[in-house]
Design a protein around this ligand. Structure first.
Ligand SMILES: [Fe+2]
Ligand SMILES: [Fe+2]
Length: 476
């Protein structure tokens, strides 16, 4: 088992002290990171005491320590899951060979791109969520937002460690650039589409942590299979943190629909206008936010047919999620049937398996999303309300892949672009929806004993604490 050094300037279990050059390089990056955090991290809460968990070991039982901390003092560390003894490559052309402890020269550029793309999403999401503290529904939720934010910061540290350790000067330059791009900035945007979209209210935030952080889970699962062992170990530990982010999203939406359905039943109202008058979010508005964040997140998996995905799989850089569950790890035989859009029409294509890896990863993601949606629908049904949320067709509202050229409604039926535009606001959040949701959240709730009207309280608090525990002590 690796030893965890918690007393050094940068907590780590990678024996950073043994490599003075690397340690100095990372210690030199640290002030730039903190400057970025103060500028682009949670706005207005940097001096408050927040009840946070901090990673202090990588053991599955009790790696986390819970205590009050000011966010800029959070102990962002470098943690890799323990090495798997005699680990071998689990897929592709090099199946069965020992994994790599260093980066092979021929894969340097591709690996760096994979790592930078993952890394870029981490600070991006912090930037997207930085203003949400000013409209929180409760102190419990405020704390969860900050927990997600500091852990995304730690994920950036995890990736920057790889860039600094294994990619020399290019890696150090990439690490600097990660602090220079800005979510939504026209001149220096973040790399991936969904990470430049505004996330300005808590309905968006919960949808983001449910759908977009879940893309993160699947990317990390695929990277956890990588032949480049430091990346695999890093991804495996990040996954333990990612689980909490998706919990925040899943329970957040579940509490919203619970409250709405309960109010609908209690007041005997059904029409969205009447539901809104009760100060809760009507279910069609929840559906439209779902449609937006689900489809933005589908795009993150890339095009349906991809030669990049094929070569990353062939060379062992990126596998499938839970590669173990597949029978054929070489994937040279067989093909994958998929629904694409070519020359103005929907076409069923047989694609060689390796070229279909993005779609395979997307399938696993969609099935995982469906499980959460089913739970939300159970919550709605339990209140006696007849309404079901659904995941839209993967043809709907796409910007990447063949369906970026086609227009389909959420059921998958093809439409002309004009028809689609005409109905856009029935499927995706309109300005009117946003203004309404924003109006519900105009007043933040900073009293730990209160909960905003539009959301049900959680079933339990954090780490055995009460729901109304003072998770964020305001110093202002
Ligand atoms: Fe992350
Ligand atoms: Fe996350």
């Amino acid at each position: 088992m690796t030893t965890v050094e918690n007393d050094e300037r940068i907590p780590n279990n990678v024996n950073l002290a043994s490599d003075k050059r690397l340690q100095r390089a990372l210690e030199a990056w640290q002030p730039s990171y903190l400057k970025w955090w103060r500028e682009m991290g949670p706005s207005g809460f940097q001096e408050d005491q927040v009840y946070l968990r901090t990673a202090i070991s990588v053991e599955s039982d009790g790696w986390a320590h819970f205590d009050y901390v000011k966010m800029p003092d959070y102990r962002w560390g470098i943690f890799l899951a323990d090495e798997v003894k005699d680990r071998t490559i689990g897929f592709g052309d090099l199946m069965g060979r020992p994994v790599w402890k260093e980066v092979p020269g021929e894969h340097r550029t591709t690996l760096r791109r994979l790592i930078v793309t993952q890394a870029d999403t981490e600070p991006a999401s912090v930037e997207q969520q930085r203003k949400l503290g000013a409209s929180c529904p409760s102190v419990y939720d405020l704390r969860n937002l900050f927990q997600v934010n500091v852990e995304e910061g730690r994920h950036l540290w995890a990736m920057v460690y790889l860039l600094h350790s294994y990619f020399g000067r290019d890696g150090r330059e990439e690490a600097e650039a990660l602090l220079e791009r800005r979510s939504g900035d026209a001149d220096k945007p973040r790399i991936l589409g969904a990470f430049n979209e505004p996330c300005t209210n808590w309905l968006d935030f919960f949808m983001f942590t449910f759908f977009t952080d879940r893309d993160g889970k699947f990317q990390l699962l695929a990277l956890a299979e990588s032949a480049f062992d430091p990346l695999s170990r890093s991804a495996r530990f990040m996954l333990t943190e990612e689980a909490h982010h998706m919990f925040v999203g899943e329970t957040g939406i579940q509490r919203i629909v619970e409250r709405t359905a309960q109010q609908m039943k209690q007041h005997g109202v059904d029409h969205p206008d009447d539901v809104r008058k009760l100060g809760v979010i009507d279910l069609p508005t929840v559906q439209r936010a779902l449609n937006l964040w689900f489809t933005l997140s589908l795009d993150l998996f890339g095009g349906e047919v991809s030669s990049n995905a094929a070569s990353s799989f062939a060379s062992g850089l990126k596998g499938r999620a839970n590669e173990d569950q597949f029978d054929d790890h070489v994937a040279l035989a067989g093909s994958y049937r998929m629904d694409t859009f070519r020359s103005g029409a929907a076409v069923v294509e047989q694609v060689p398996m390796r070229n279909a890896m993005n779609e395979v990863l997307r399938d696993g993601y969609i099935a995982d999303c469906q499980r959460g949606v089913d739970k939300w629908n159970k919550t709605i049904a339990a209140q006696g309300v007849d309404f079901a949320l659904t995941l839209p067709s993967r043809r709907f509202h796409r910007h990447i892949g063949t369906w970026a050229e086609g227009c389909a409604d959420p059921s998958g039926a093809l439409l002309s672009r004009e028809q689609w535009q005409g109905k856009r606001d029935t499927w995706l959040p309109s300005e009117h929806d946003r203004a309404f949701v924003q109006s519900l959240m105009a007043e933040p709730v900073y009293d730990p004993h209160q909960m905003a009207n539009w959301i049900a309280p959680p079933k339990q608090g954090i780490k055995g604490r009460a729901v109304d525990f003072d998770y964020v002590r305001r110093e202002a």
